[in-house]
Design a protein around this ligand. Structure first.
Ligand code: NAD
Length: 496
């Protein structure tokens, strides 16, 4: 029987809506659940209730040490139920269970980190001229709207929820309609941890409807979006008119820069890891392999062999390395990139087609694909968000850097070199929000995450994310012996 997973509003499950949205398992095409299609009237009511909760001070005025206690308890509860979340996340995304196990084991760390940050974060006193102190305090923004994508549903939602709650906000989160189930389950968990009712509101629906209604609200305090640039462009104009700040974690076209000092075996492993985690459906997928000519031929031969040997199959199988992509539309997107790449003179080394690797013949699987191409091609410049990688031969270090910096995106990049002088020299010259040296995909709650150029605005993770969920207030006190008044002969320099 297909269950209905409803919205979580004001500390309880909301009634199901008349119209619902089906959620399917992309690896089997079977129904998993239905969710609410939240209307604009319901969104208005949720916003009104959320402001009431914010102004009640039940969370916004809570002592940071109390917020620490609640978020730490939520972390403990999440750890104790992690297997349930792993199974759900695997079913709704089609990602291999071995990847989900690794990723989800770390998600509670975001709660630990931001709980601790709330507890230890200190204000500042600025060097104000004269007998004056200015005490800066950080206060929560208000009601914040978080819009999250289908890939890494729990991780990305938790990155934002943990920071926003730690800072004292009321949070409304709208997960992707394609993979909303793990996030919808968080409401009950946070309630059990002691979060007051109404502080975390979880609202499902289509982006172009419910997401849009939420983002058009004039009286919200921030929008934090992870998604595509088209979604940012739909949201940004109305947010700008409403003076609502937007943090945007958008797409990428991460270069994997491979230098000859790295042995070829390691370089190939790096490329597979960077490019094929989550079937290439991550914003930092290493989707451009920029290979120095001195190792190019041996690299290409070994890469092709290793890609052909990757195990594509049911995500629930412990041996599977490549699961499904999210939908039939994602398959079509991969196919259209492959056909444009070949039309532009690219050579398919392996893959390039959809697959049916499971006995049922169902599911949205695309073969891990490598296409040898040039830096000006469509494939080398635009985000596929699937397992289709561009392989590009580069003459030297300068060319690798030029190609790496040559797209509209600037989110993640990796540099693989055993010459550390070279690795740092290249890292310095790469334009990206995150540059890994001899690594890729490395992520930690303490490590700011976010792109430059069309990859985004603002940061997740770290002190930056926490502070991004606050506003700064100056409390200025004159402690001079003599106040200065309007009718004094000389106006005191302390007055601005
Ligand atoms: P998407 O933009 O289609 O959807 C993201 C969210 O926005 C969903 O919840 C969706 O319902 C909602 N949405 C869609 N249209 C909307 C609108 N008009 N108003 C308000 N909300 C709307 O993205 P996706 O396909 O779920 O995710 C893939 C994209 O996300 C890729 O471009 C990927 O690179 C990016 N991404 C970025 C990061 C990062 O950290 N920078 C991380 C993960 C994914």
């Amino acid at each position: 029987m297909v269950i209905h997973q409803s919205n979580w509003i004001d500390g309880q499950e909301a009634p199901p809506t008349a119209t619902t949205i089906p959620v399917i398992n992309p690896a089997t095409e079977q129904s998993l659940a239905t969710i609410n299609a939240t209307s604009s009237e319901a969104v208005n009511e949720i916003i009104t209730a959320s402001w009431k909760t914010f102004h009640s001070g039940v969370w916004s005025k809570k002592d940071p040490s109390d917020r620490f206690t609640v978020l730490s308890k939520a972390s403990t509860l999440l750890r104790s139920r992690i297997n349930e979340f792993i199974a759900l996340e695997t079913a709704q995304t089609g990602r291999p269970i071995r990847e989900m196990r690794t990723q989800l084991a770390r998600v509670p760390e975001w709660l630990d980190y931001f709980a601790s940050l709330a507890r230890v974060h200190e204000g500042r006193v600025t060097p104000f001229k004269g007998a004056v102190t200015n005490t800066l305090t950080r206060i929560p923004l208000g009601v914040v709207v978080l819009i999250t994508p289908y890939n890494h549903p729990l991780l990305i939602a938790m990155k934002k929820i943990a920071a926003a709650l730690a800072a004292g906000n009321v949070v409304i989160v709208k997960p992707s309609e394609l993979a909303p189930l793990s996030v919808l389950k968080l409401g009950a968990l946070f309630k059990e941890a002691g979060l007051p009712d109404g502080v975390l509101q979880i609202v499902s629906g289509y982006g172009r409807e419910t997401g849009k209604y939420l983002c058009e609200q004039p009286n919200i305090s921030k929008i934090d979006l992870t998604g595509g640039i088209a979604t940012y462009r739909a949201i940004a104009p109305v947010a700008a008119m409403n003076m609502v700040p937007v943090t945007a974690e958008l797409g990428g076209k991460a270069p994997v820069c491979l230098f000859p000092s790295m042995d070829v075996e390691t370089a190939v492993k790096a490329a597979l890891f960077a490019g094929f985690i989550a079937s290439g459906q991550t914003c930092v997928t290493g989707s451009r392999l920029l290979v120095h000519q001195d190792i190019y031929d041996t690299f290409k031969t070994l890469l092709e062999k290793r890609v052909r040997a990757l195990r594509v199959g049911a995500p629930t199988d412990e041996k599977t390395q490549i699961g499904s992509v999210i939908s039939a539309a994602a398959i079509e997107r991969c196919e259209s990139f492959v056909s444009r790449a070949t039309a532009e003179g690219g050579t398919i080394l392996c893959g390039g087609t959809k697959l049916h690797p499971t006995p049922s013949g169902k599911g949205f699987f695309f073969a891990p694909t490598i296409i040898e191409t040039h830096s000006a091609s469509d494939l080398a410049n635009n985000e596929v968000f699937g397992p289709v990688l561009a392989l590009i031969k580069c003459a030297d270090e300068d060319e690798i850097i030029r190609v790496a910096n040559g797209t509209a995106y600037a989110l993640g990049a990796s540099v693989w070199s055993n010459d550390f002088t070279q690795a740092h020299r290249v890292a310095d010259r790469i334009e990206a929000g995150i540059v890994w040296i001899n690594g890729h995909h490395l992520n930690d709650p303490s490590s700011p995450w976010g792109g430059f150029k069309e990859s985004g605005l603002g940061k997740e993770n770290g002190v930056e994310a926490y502070e991004g969920y606050t506003k700064v207030k100056s409390t200025v006190m004159n402690y001079g012996v003599k106040p200065v008044w309007f009718d004094d002969e000389v106006v005191d320099a302390r007055y601005g």
